[in-house]
Design a protein around this ligand. Structure first.
Ligand code: AKB
Length: 315
């Protein structure tokens, strides 16, 4: 019987799909979904749910003890665009949420932790194409700053206390089952919904803002793969670059037009465009491939086809 798992931020874009997948693999009652939201999202009603504010450390310890949790997936965070509107909350939630979970582990309650970092760790002075694993970072957003600091915090806890924490740097994630919440890359999900609903999308990035992206099944696969790998093969305890596909809003809109020729796009870049332009266009993920066999399945065409089929079915 696998040890019990806690997903924190389970109502979010990745949290929802990750919880469903973990419940499929390990059993519904083995995976406790938690979120700051009062109630479980519909999709997660098949299993246990607890309301949990990650900044409430006593409550976190209580939930962990009550359910005999041994493994945590920490997905609660304020993403890049939202955190720019409230930088101190972004810092507080992203850093102290992580610290609370790492302390649980240091205190011997938890055996393993997954925590996602992001391409937001990079900044305008980072090499843009095929960004190396180790390079200049210098992020310009509070979200990116918390991810750089969080990576070092994870490595510190691993070195000092032997905590088994694993992490990947997520690009923008595209999926059809759950909504993205406050990221710069969210346009790549909104565009599909608007294409189907109204046939037009007004994009908040400029047409040439090229970003690394990934389809949700690949994102979930990366989490399962890195968590399944033997501890000795994880040579990096900050966070691994992983790559899927890279495209601009213009390239994505043309890919959608292949199936929906009547679809149109216009551009009204806002503050998120300068965030996007400070991030890499593509990543070098050789180390993730070498250490734990990372390999994505979905290219742009496959993503577009799958999104359109599933969203049309859901209408
Ligand atoms: C965001 O846009 O903030 C996130 C991310 C790239 O981490 N999707």
């Amino acid at each position: 019987m696998p040890s019990k798992i806690l997903v924190i931020g389970a109502a979010g874009q990745i949290g929802t799909e990750l919880t469903l997948k973990l419940r499929d693999l390990y059993g519904t009652d083995q995976v406790i979904a938690t979120d700051i939201k009062e109630r479980s999202p519909e999709a997660l009603l098949n299993g246990p749910f607890e309301k949990l504010d990650i900044l409430d450390k006593p409550r976190l310890y209580e939930v962990v003890k009550q359910h005999g949790i041994k493994e945590i997936y920490l997905l609660a965070a304020l993403l890049s665009a939202t955190a720019e509107k409230n930088p101190s909350l972004g810092w507080d939630l992203n850093m102290n949420g992580l610290s609370n979970v790492l302390d649980l582990s240091r205190d011997g309650h938890i055996q393993r932790v997954f925590w996602p970092s992001s391409i937001a760790v990079f900044g305008p002075n980072t090499p843009k194409n095929s960004t190396p694993q180790r390079t200049v970072m210098e992020p310009t957003t509070v979200y990116g700053i918390t991810k750089v600091a969080g990576e070092s915090w994870c490595e510190y806890y691993n070195n000092r206390y032997g905590i088994d924490i694993r992490s990947v740097r997520f690009p923008g994630i595209i999926g059809h089952k759950s909504a993205p919440g406050g990221g710069t890359t969210d346009y790549a999900v909104h565009i599909f919904h608007e294409a189907i609903k109204t046939g037009h999308y007004e994009c908040f990035l400029s047409k040439d803002a090229e970003l690394p992206m990934m389809y949700m099944p690949d994102a979930i696969k990366s989490i399962l793969q890195i968590m399944d790998a033997p501890s000795e093969s994880i040579s990096l305890r900050t966070s691994y670059n992983i790559s899927g596909v890279s495209f601009t809003p213009e390239i994505l809109s043309k890919a959608i037009q292949k199936s929906m020729p009547e679809f149109t796009i216009s551009y009204k870049p806002d503050y998120r465009d300068s965030i996007a332009k400070s991030w890499p266009s593509s990543l070098n993920d050789e180390l993730a491939k070498k250490d734990w066999g990372w390999n994505p399945d979905f290219n742009l065409e496959a993503i577009v086809n799958d999104m359109l089929v599933n969203l049309k079915l859901a209408v």
